[in-house]
Design a protein around this ligand. Structure first.
Ligand code: ATP
Ligand code: MG
Length: 195
């Protein structure tokens, strides 16, 4: 199964992100926006995993305080001239630390270690949606339009929250967009796992 580790966002922030995306959508064409219900903050993408039990067991060992997040700003990977991923930004001083713990907890299982963690919440993707293009792959015109719109406006504010848990998610790729299912929940701030 295809797995990733992520934080969920609060309803109020999801609604502000949705409203922001709703304003942009009619002004650009050919951009693959993420379903609003799918908004999340990835801590680590694992890809295909034969059995999730060891992953779960290792993630249960993580001890970490709750993580405060201030969602603000929007931008592009790898950059606004060749945009491939459109994201909402966040200030979250403890998030990289948590991502590091996830990385460390799963080390030796064959997952690629993260070079550097760039916290973001993906709002739209172009092409393969990977941070790096396939040879010959180009950003569609709609994505270039989007980059011009976003770079010409003030940084949006989406609100603050504190994450008290993170999740192991399964992703099933489907034509209408990936379908995510929470497999396990992990508490932040306590030593007792929540089930
Ligand atoms: P689709 O691939 O159909 O566009 P998706 O990207 O939402 O859908 P997945 O590819 O299963 O679904 O990815 C799940 C999460 O992991 C997403 O947040 C995605 O951005 C992130 N992710 C996927 N691939 C990678 C990768 N190679 N490196 C880092 N994060 C990744
Ligand atoms: Mg993907």
């Amino acid at each position: 199964m295809r797995l990733f580790v992520a934080l969920d966002i609060e309803e109020a922030i999801q609604q502000r992100l949705s409203a922001y995306v709703c304003e942009l959508k009619p002004r650009v064409s050919g951009v693959r926006f993420v379903n609003n219900a799918n908004f999340h903050v990835t801590l680590k993408f694992l890809g295909e995993v034969a059995s999730p039990e060891e992953v779960t067991q290792r993630l249960r060992q993580i001890e970490h305080a709750p993580v405060a997040l201030n969602f603000r700003g929007a931008g592009f990977f790898p950059n606004p001239r060749a945009p491939r991923i459109f994201w909402a930004g966040m200030e979250a001083p403890l998030l990289a630390d948590l991502a590091k713990k996830v990385d460390t907890a799963l080390s030796g299982m064959g997952f690629a270690a993260e070079k550097e963690y760039h916290p973001h919440l993906t709002l739209a993707r172009s092409g393969s949606g990977r941070p790096r293009p396939y040879p010959g792959e180009r950003s569609p015109e709609g994505f270039q339009q989007l980059a011009r719109l976003v770079d010409g406006s003030a940084a949006p504010e989406f609100g603050t929250m504190t994450a008290h848990e993170f999740y192991l998610y399964e992703s099933r790729l489907a034509p209408g967009g990936a379908i995510y299912t929470k497999l396990e929940r992990f508490a932040l701030g306590g030593t007792d796992p929540i089930r």
